[in-house]
Ligand binder design. Structure first.
Ligand code: GAR
Length: 204
């Protein structure tokens, strides 16, 4: 009998290394209760679109600047998700704000990976390299990554998984970003996706 799987949409904006980690995890069985069926990109140049295509996954760009306003943008994305019968949304380096209009439609069905240990270096304005610059500026000796549910508060939803990463002498933001990805994000994001997918399947 064919096993039922949670239908996953991954939202991306840039390089898509976290998307790649998810694709690889699906190939090697770490993700088994879910299947990535759609990639939504916030810009047409995102390299993540190539990664999706190479893996045979449908990729659609929905660009906010091309929409009438935030509401129109969110409604277009909601329509797409409804059409594709998406069960779980994974924000993997998605840099466009989603308001309560969107998040309230998917309670505990949107997860995000953040490149720090929430509640440190998170919230409005903390994204990408900026997070690591702030961690280095503050002088913390341990940072890491967090996977959490998304609600209307930026980086404020329930934490699903975290993993710590040591900061080393002489680290630059770029060096630290790469270490946090390798040692934390690319490991806990697939694990969290599998955990939530399994819960969704159980509830069906
Ligand atoms: C990742 O480090 C991710 O944690 C971060 O953006 C990067 C995207 O890289 N996300 C945020 O800062 C969200 N607040 P990727 O496109 O190679 O996966």
């Amino acid at each position: 009998m064919l096993m039922k799987k949670a239908r996953i949409a991954v939202f991306v904006s840039g390089g898509g290394t976290n998307l790649q980690a998810l694709i690889d995890a699906q190939k090697n069985g770490i993700i088994n209760n879910g299947e990535i069926v759609l990639v939504v990109a916030s810009n047409r140049e995102a390299y993540a679109i190539e990664r999706a295509k190479n893996a045979g996954i449908e990729a659609v760009a929905v660009v906010k600047k091309e929409c009438n306003d935030q509401l129109d943008f969110e409604n277009k994305v909601i329509d797409l998700l409804t059409e594709r019968k998406i069960d779980l949304i994974v924000l993997a380096g998605f840099m466009t704000i989603l308001t309560e209009h969107f998040t309230s439609k998917y309670p505990e069905r949107i997860i995000n990976v953040h490149p720090a240990l929430i509640p440190s270096f998170c919230g409005k304005g903390y994204y990408g390299l900026r997070v690591h610059e702030e961690a280095l500026k503050y002088g913390v000796k341990v940072t890491g990554a967090t996977v959490h549910f998304v609600n209307e508060i930026p980086d404020g939803g329930k934490i699903i998984m975290q993993k710590a990463v040591y900061i080393e002498d002489g680290d630059t933001a770029q060096v630290l970003q790469k270490r946090v990805m390798e040692q934390a994000e690319w490991i806990i994001l697939p694990q969290a996706v599998e955990k939530v997918s399994a819960e969704i399947i159980k509830a069906l």
